[in-house]
Design a protein around this ligand. Structure first.
Ligand SMILES: [Mn+2]
Length: 293
């Protein structure tokens, strides 16, 4: 079964297992960047994260948790036979369902952001009250972009369509159209947060959802390009590592059941720092996810 869904011939993340037995968390990659046809891009993200991961410590002093106390499996990346966005989203849905059936909390590595709706479609069957928390530079609420409804610029719009609760919190979004900002304000879904600032507004916004399962989607362009340059659509005025730790610490009081990390384009940053930041985000998520029951 695993063989038909995933290619696991390549690198593995830190101390991950290859077999799901006794594991609580499952990682898989999606090597897809369909809208990026000119430069090599986000399809190299999952492999870059795995390759640099051996340089990280397993212990996180901020969370006071250690990866060595958690069993997690890295399935490799999903096999892709048709490279169009619709087929990819279907494959993501199948892979996520496979993990849910094995009672593994999924963490998906992109790839571009359009893959998120596939994972959410699978998860809402188990968690009809799922809500979405988004870290991203961009609103991603367009109806369609360059004629494609599955473009990464429409990622959150597509997610909202499959979320029964239609609830999204968009943390520190700094780029979008006037209409997108109007939508975010009207629906009270924009959570104001600034580099170096506090997470008071995020705490307030999450308060009514203390029992709700949360899907956390992390578009790495949320970070400032001076920290993370390796992404397809960098946006000045972004966040730093301490900001991420503040958000993560706040989320510890809530119930994250699944997550993704998208839009790492490792070739753009020859220093390799972007991939290391992404790997450290993944380590933080493994340490933060709830066990699926
Ligand atoms: Mn983005």
């Amino acid at each position: 079964m695993i063989k038909n869904l995933f290619d696991n011939e390549n690198a593995i993340f830190m101390g991950a297992k290859r077999s799901p037995d006794d594991c609580a968390i499952g990682i898989f990659g999606v090597n897809y960047d369909g809208t990026c046809s000119f430069k090599p891009g986000a399809r190299f993200g999952p492999e870059a994260i795995r390759q640099v991961s051996s340089c990280l410590e397993t212990y996180c002093p901020k969370l006071n948790k250690d990866l060595e106390d958690i069993m997690y499996v890295d399935f490799g990346s999903i096999l892709i036979d048709k490279n169009d966005s619709k087929s990819i989203i279907e494959s993501v849905k199948s892979a996520t369902n496979f993990l849910i059936n094995k009672k593994l909390s999924p963490i998906m590595l992109g790839g571009e952001h359009s893959i998120t709706s596939g994972a959410i479609e699978a998860l809402v069957t188990k968690y009809p009250d799922l809500i979405l928390v988004q870290l991203d530079a961009h609103a991603d609420l367009r109806e369609s972009y360059l004629g494609n409804r599955n473009s990464h610029a429409c990622a959150m719009k597509r997610c909202l369509e499959v979320l029964p609760e239609k609830k999204i919190l968009q943390v520190g979004i700094r780029s979008g159209t006037k209409e997108e900002f109007q939508i975010m304000h009207n629906n009270k879904q924009l959570v104001n947060f600034y580099p170096g600032g506090n997470t008071q507004e995020l705490k307030q916004a999450l308060l009514p959802y203390s029992k709700s399962p949360i899907y956390l989607t992390i578009d790495l362009d949320w970070f400032d390009p001076s920290l993370l340059a390796g992404t397809g659509t960098p946006e000045p005025g972004g966040f730093f590592w301490n900001d991420f730790e503040e958000v993560l610490k706040t989320l510890q009081d809530f119930k994250i059941v699944a997550s993704d990390i998208v839009e790492l384009s490792p070739e753009i940053d020859k220093s390799g720092v972007s991939s290391i930041v992404a790997a450290k985000v993944l380590r933080s998520l493994i340490l933060s996810l709830e066990n699926m029951q």
